[in-house]
Write a protein that binds this ligand. Structure first.
Ligand code: BGC
Length: 257
């Protein structure tokens, strides 16, 4: 006998600055109740972060599927890049680490991929066909690439080499705006250089901008050449939590996405 698919799941968004979690309605694609947030500890190692994940889950008092979004490459459960966290994450089996810490199955995926899944299912890219790119602007730059709604995981377009920038996220992430004391126009011009490059490579039908930096979309939108529609994420900063919960639930019921 097959059981009914879950209607709620818990999503965790592990970030370089904050770790957030919330209970998600999988029908609405939105949080039920408040999200909880704890600053990311330093050093940001598996040993310091796993107990925080446990605290977040305990605070929500939830029983059911759990998914977690991670700011790096997650391939077959193993972390092979964690640019904004401690290097001790490399080669760690993150699913196993959190599954052991929590005493229940946890499924992990890249944080931008999680945000993209949420936006393509419920948000600004809902039901969009063709090539859709979601770019997250935060501590780093995350990317999610979809082709006719199917995710190409771990694209890591924030680490492209462009002009004289060896790793473009250092120049264009939301964190660069404060660090380099940029006006919104100056920041918009940097972002435009980056998005124009992505446009040339992928010819996307839609670009969605997510992450904390997309909250002020209206302040820099004038500087962007709209080769294709460019829109802010609809679920804003909750998209990582929603996408992580979706992945946790789909693994629990063994289905897509
Ligand atoms: C990481 C990506 C991540 C992005 C946003 C980048 O530094 O390499 O995996 O999606 O930051 O957190």
């Amino acid at each position: 006998m097959t059981s009914a698919p879950p209607t709620t799941a818990l999503g965790i968004d592990i970030g370089g600055t904050g770790m957030k979690a919330g209970i998600v309605s999988l029908e609405q694609g939105d949080l039920i109740g408040d999200r909880v947030r704890i600053p990311t500890p330093h050093p940001a190692t598996p040993d310091t972060m796993a107990p925080i994940v446990v605290q977040l889950v305990e605070a929500l008092r939830f029983t059911g599927p759990i998914g977690a979004a991670f700011p790096g490459i997650v391939q077959n459960c193993i972390i092979s890049l964690a640019a904004n966290l401690d290097d001790s994450w490399l080669n760690v089996d993150a699913d196993a680490l959190l599954t052991e810490a929590l005493g229940q199955d946890v499924v992990m995926l890249n944080d931008a991929d999680a945000a993209g899944l949420a936006e393509i299912s419920f948000g600004a890219a809902k039901d969009q066909k063709g090539v859709v790119l979601l770019i997250t602007l935060g501590t780093g730059i995350g990317s999610a690439l979809f082709i006719d709604g199917v995710l190409v995981p771990n694209t890591e377009l924030g680490h492209l080499h462009l002009d004289n920038h060896h790793d473009i996220e250092g120049w264009v992430a939301a964190s660069a705006r404060g660090r380099d004391d940029l006006t919104w126009d100056e920041y918009g011009l940097r972002l435009n250089r980056y998005l124009s490059h992505l446009n040339r490579i992928f010819s996307p039908t839609l670009i969605v901008l997510g992450g904390g930096g997309s909250k002020r979309f209206d302040r820099f939108a004038d500087q962007l050449d709209h080769h294709c529609p460019i829109v802010p994420a609809k679920l804003r900063n909750n998209s990582g939590i929603v996408g992580a919960a979706m992945r946790g639930a789909s693994e629990a019921s063994d289905g897509a996405p």
